[in-house]
Design a protein around this ligand. Structure first.
Ligand SMILES: Cc1cc2nc3c(=O)[nH]c(=O)nc-3n(C[C@H](O)[C@H](O)[C@H](O)COP(=O)(O)OP(=O)(O)OC[C@H]3O[C@@H](n4cnc5c(N)ncnc54)[C@H](O)[C@@H]3O)c2cc1C
Length: 458
């Protein structure tokens, strides 16, 4: 019987445990223990349900284009529970010079399918519109000049559209997902689709036009009872005796016969360890095993603070999904979601919900405040942009320290080297959001692949 330890019970660890439980049902001879330091499984994935409100404390859905979360939801019997973003009303604003300026329709991140859309927009200056127009004509120059090494997101976007587009859309869109600074983030790791488009077409606008999907799918998918449902369904399939809550793994040791996983309770022997903690914890556990591997795992991770306000009172919001705040616009906020305008099934009749998101330095500072203080700051900051808010019937505050790992320039090369080094530590594998993607679908794909490989080898 092969003994497998999973360290960390966030989505990555729980998905691995679920796939292993399914493998056992199919006859795999494995025994599993899942160590979770906290009192709750799910890590950043958490849904609070109260008074008819479905409040997402972390992820509120996943990108529909990536199939792996959907496949899992179907497998878990959640096909009829899936809901989709209300794309007919899709509009996102940018808080700019004291106004909410809508991002033009038909944009894929900072790239328009049709330049006419940016020409009609008040978000960009004439110089930025000219940069958009010119990008199409520069296709050949951009294609042949595409660098054959990684570069920063800032450099990539600036080469195509200039600094204003970087500052006003690309930076706020990306820093909400990947944390950190666009001057440091890796273009290849963070926007591989655009990098591939550049290599094929030069111009990203031309590439989008040629690839325009006629049968457009809704951009985001979620579940009626919240993303937490995905997690709860998986947990329900994991044998109870596999789960060791409130057990922090403090050390990992390898010897001739396998692995010793050390907690305050003692050491337990395993043949395989799936390390699914946040990358900073994994990095510390790796340090005594392979210093170079630990060095490769060193990365900045920014913190996030989420504050959801639920109302049972009228609230006049602009139509759309919410807004982003570029740096230097006089607000501490990074973004805000108009939750009940983005997804159905989030509020009771007559209910409204907005969710404020703080990142970077503002999140670091707020992290140290109490819940009431954080909520007061969020209310004030939202009020400055949206006007006075009614009294909420429910307020949910969550702090997610160092939760958004930053994939810096050269990330893919570092991960290739890391894979090679970890490969030599027979039986140790890395899962989680520090390596091959931060989104829920990426983590689910990785967990499934890992378990399939492990159980084939078994
Ligand atoms: C605010 C926010 C919003 C997001 N929104 C989206 C979204 O809409 N869509 C999307 O696809 N993605 C989103 N993401 C990204 C996604 O939620 C995360 O990448 C993902 O949930 C991370 O899962 P994980 O299992 O890798 O890590 P975590 O969720 O961090 O889980 C790690 C677990 O390990 C445990 N642990 C730590 N140390 C130890 C130890 N020593 N021993 C045992 N256990 C330990 C922790 O307690 C935790 O439970 C968002 C992220 C944030 C922060």
């Amino acid at each position: 019987m092969r003994r497998i330890a999973i360290v960390g019970g966030g989505l990555a660890g729980v998905a691995a445990a679920y796939f292993l439980a399914e493998a056992v049902k199919a006859g795999a001879a494995v025994e599993v223990e899942l160590f979770e330091a906290g009192r709750r499984l799910g890590g950043i994935v958490e849904t609070v349900r109260e008074g008819g409100f479905v409040v997402e404390c972390g992820p509120d859905g996943w990108v529909t284009e990536k199939p792996w979360a959907r496949e899992l939801a179907v497998e878990l019997g959640l096909e009829d529970e899936m809901i989709f973003s209300l794309d007919e009303g899709r509009k996102t604003y940018v808080w700019l010079n004291g106004r909410l300026e809508p991002i033009p329709d038909g944009m894929r991140m900072m790239v328009p399918v049709d330049v006419a859309a940016v020409e009609a927009s008040s978000l960009f200056s004439e110089a930025a519109v000219t940069a958009y127009r010119d990008e199409v004509g520069r296709a050949e120059e951009l294609r042949t000049g595409a660098p054959d090494v990684d570069e920063s997101v800032a450099a990539f976007v600036e080469r195509h559209f200039g600094g204003e587009v970087l500052e006003r859309i690309a930076a706020p869109l990306l820093s909400g997902v990947f944390g950190g600074d666009v001057k440091t983030l890796s273009a290849r790791a963070v926007m591989p689709i655009f990098v591939a488009m550049e290599q094929e077409f030069g111009s990203l606008i031309v590439a989008l036009q040629s690839k325009a999907d006629k049968a457009q799918k809704p951009i985001f998918t979620s579940l009626k009872a919240g993303v937490g449902e995905l997690l709860e369904r998986m947990v329900a399939e994991i044998p109870l005796h596999w789960v060791r809550m409130n057990e922090t793994v403090k050390r990992l040791e390898q010897d001739e016969v396998g692995w010793r996983v050390g907690t305050a309770v003692g050491n337990t022997r395993f043949d395989v360890v799936l390390l699914a903690t946040p990358v900073d914890v994994a990095q510390r556990l790796m340090q005594p095993l392979d210093r170079r591997a630990a060095e490769l795992m060193e990365m900045e991770a920014s913190s996030a603070v989420v504050v959801a306000f639920c109302f049972l009172a009228p609230l006049d919001l602009p139509p759309g999904f919410g807004f982003l705040v570029p740096p230097g616009q006089g607000s501490l906020l990074m973004a805000c979601t108009f939750t009940d305008q983005k997804y159905p099934n989030r509020v009771p009749p007559g209910g409204r919900m907005v969710r404020a998101f703080f990142g970077g330095a503002a999140a670091e500072r707020l992290m140290r405040c109490g819940n009431d203080e954080i909520a007061a700051v969020a209310r004030l900051e939202l009020g400055q942009i949206l006007g006075a808010l009614p009294e909420p019937v429910l307020t949910v505050v969550r702090r997610w320290p160092h939760s958004l790992p930053q994939y810096a320039v050269g990330h893919l090369e570092r991960m290739t080297e890391l894979d090679g080094r970890v490969g030599r530590l027979t039986g140790l594998h890395l899962l989680g959001n520090g390596y091959r993607g931060v989104g829920l679908p990426d983590l689910i794909r990785d967990g499934r692949r890992m378990v399939s490989k492990l159980t084939q080898d078994a």
